[in-house]
Design a protein around this ligand. Structure first.
Ligand SMILES: [Zn+2]
Length: 122
């Protein structure tokens, strides 16, 4: 029995290639928040093969083009949570492509450094 949500969601894909697919996040932090997900069940980025990493690269570019034309964001963050300590809650690798909009936070400086909120500013 397979209970992995990301092994089972391909029908909702907005993009697909031979090694990965993409969906819009069910709980977007911003409009257009998308996830790139390998078809093979691996837990983290560090188990991905070179071929899979290349497929993620192609997917990120293709999905970015889709998000650009649909939402016209002003920037992006790309992020991966590796293990529970880093916030991972679904243990099938997924790469967040998060569109950013001018003024969506008061002070965006530091970007992904904000995973440790007190250390974001520098
Ligand atoms: Zn899975």
């Amino acid at each position: 029995m397979n209970e992995c949500i990301f092994c089972d969601m391909k029908r909702e894909a907005i993009y697909e290639n031979d090694r990965c697919y993409a969906i819009y996040d069910a709980y977007p932090v911003n409009p257009g928040h998308a996830l790139i997900i390998p078809k093979r069940h691996i837990e983290t980025y560090f188990e991905a093969t070179a071929e899979e990493v290349l497929s993620f690269h192609k997917a990120l570019h293709a999905v970015k083009r889709m998000v650009d034309s649909r939402y016209a964001p002003d920037g992006y963050n790309i992020g991966i949570n590796v293990h529970e300590a880093a916030g991972q809650s679904v243990f099938h690798l997924h790469i967040h492509l998060i569109p950013r909009y001018d003024k969506d936070v008061e002070d965006p400086r530091g970007g992904v450094r904000g995973v440790i909120p007190d250390k974001r500013g520098y």
